[in-house]
Design a protein. Structure first.
Length: 148
């Protein structure tokens, strides 16, 4: 899971830097990372917590997806987008002069959001690495030491 999180960090960081072709790189890496993450979650849940209450734990982990989407899209991304839209409207940048709604154009609209999400994924990668080191002894006892 830590490796998957690193892929997400790279993709989101690329979007935050506003480099050429960012939409393609972010889409490919975020899609791959997100898909791989949800492929690994059931196995991770059963390995870490066992099968006794797997249904409840897996459903709790699945609930994190819409909760995170609500928080990050409604609170974070929309407010940052509105800020940059107001900023562009105040300096006269408009796609359509007849449309008075505030719209944001350009990579600047989501670069801060990508940067924040990249940082959050980096924290998740570090936390996943901590779990690996904390459970290493258990797996060595179960399956033997692969280095010996």
């Amino acid at each position: 899971m830590a490796a998957i999180q690193v892929i997400l960090v790279i993709g989101l960081f690329y979007g935050a830097m506003q480099w050429p072709g960012e939409i393609y790189v972010v889409t490919i890496l975020a899609g791959f990372g997100y898909g791989a993450h949800w492929s690994v979650v059931p196995a991770t849940a059963s390995e870490l917590f066992g099968l006794k209450s797997f249904g409840a734990i897996y459903n709790f982990l699945t609930l994190a997806n819409p909760a995170g989407s609500l928080i990050f899209s409604e609170v974070l991304a929309s407010r940052i987008y509105d800020y940059y839209a107001k900023k562009q409207a105040s300096i006269g940048v408009s796609i359509n002069d007849h449309d008075k709604s505030q719209t944001c154009s350009g990579s600047i609209c989501f670069s801060l959001t990508f940067g924040i999400l990249s940082g959050i994924c980096l924290v998740a990668a570090v936390m996943s690495t901590v779990v690996v080191f904390r459970t290493r002894r258990v797996y060595e006892q179960l399956y033997g030491n692969p280095r010996s």
